[in-house]
Design a protein around this ligand. Structure first.
Ligand code: PAF
Length: 255
């Protein structure tokens, strides 16, 4: 088992980071915890490509536009840490709000175009929160590479664009969406689905993959009991978000 170092105090982490030096190849996997196989695939990739791997576990409040969604977001730190130890991760940072937002979110990073579409339309301010926290993590960790999943395709695109726009010295690595045996995209939110909705959920991806128009896909999803936030085609991809009860699911497929 690996000697996993867990940092809750970011002042301590930043001092420790200095001791690692500039030349170290450090991989960062940013997460909000409730880890699943999708996260683990990013972490394994980071371990294979870097001298050291750090995972951040932080449920970032500024990216939730709905207070209840934030309150209900699954948390299981002990289980997450066990998984990370077994994988051979070197460091975890698990900060509190005051340390990530000493300015109480007075400063934030806003993108004014792509972030306003799709998920950004349904979740105002969501991507401001995502980009701001990811930039803060990059500044605190100074990673060589950072790893993100393609499930959050809009997030991934915006992070790549942010890195380019601000000349950030980090290489973004993305990996394909991992799926459950029935095709449902892995997500921390899947555990929130009740039994009936969990059985219905795989139809989300099945319908997205059908050779039909986005409008037709939207109609089919609605007929099958999904509340549809959007189904839209963008740059050879079909992007979609749906809700089953209070649980919001997103997915995308190449078209
Ligand atoms: O994809 C996520 O889990 C989050 O949006 C991220 C990138 C960890 C930022 O909070």
């Amino acid at each position: 088992m690996n000697d996993l170092k867990v940092f809750k105090d970011m002042t301590v982490w930043r001092k420790y980071r200095e001791t690692l030096g500039q030349k170290i190849e450090l991989g960062l996997v940013p997460t909000m915890g409730a880890l699943h196989e999708g996260h683990l695939s990013l972490i394994r990739k980071s371990i294979s490509e870097n001298e050291k791997t750090i995972v951040s576990i932080y449920v970032n409040p500024t990216q939730f536009n709905d207070k209840n969604d934030f309150k209900n977001y699954p948390v299981d730190l002990d289980q997450d840490l066990d998984m990370l130890k077994n994988l051979g991760v070197d460091y975890v940072i698990n900060p509190v709000y005051e340390q990530m937002y000493p300015d109480n979110y007075r400063f934030r990073l806003t993108e004014n175009n792509f972030s306003k579409l799709f998920c950004g339309k349904d979740r105002p301010g969501h991507f401001d929160g995502v980009l701001t926290i990811v930039m803060k993590l990059f500044n605190m960790v100074k990673p060589t590479r950072a790893y993100f999943g393609e499930k959050d395709f809009q997030q991934l695109t915006l992070i790549k664009d942010m890195v380019e726009s601000f000349f950030m010295d980090v290489y973004i690595v993305s990996l394909p969406t991992l799926r459950e045996h029935d095709g449902l995209a892995m997500s921390s939110r899947n555990v929130l689905l009740n039994e009936i909705d969990r059985k219905l959920a795989p139809w989300f991806n099945k319908i997205l993959k059908m050779n039909i128009s986005a409008d037709e896909a939207k109609k089919r999803l609605e007929e099958n009991g999904f509340a549809v936030d959007y189904v839209e085609d963008y740059n050879n991809r079909r992007l979609a978000a749906v809700r089953l009860g209070k649980v919001r699911l997103i997915d995308n497929e190449k078209i």
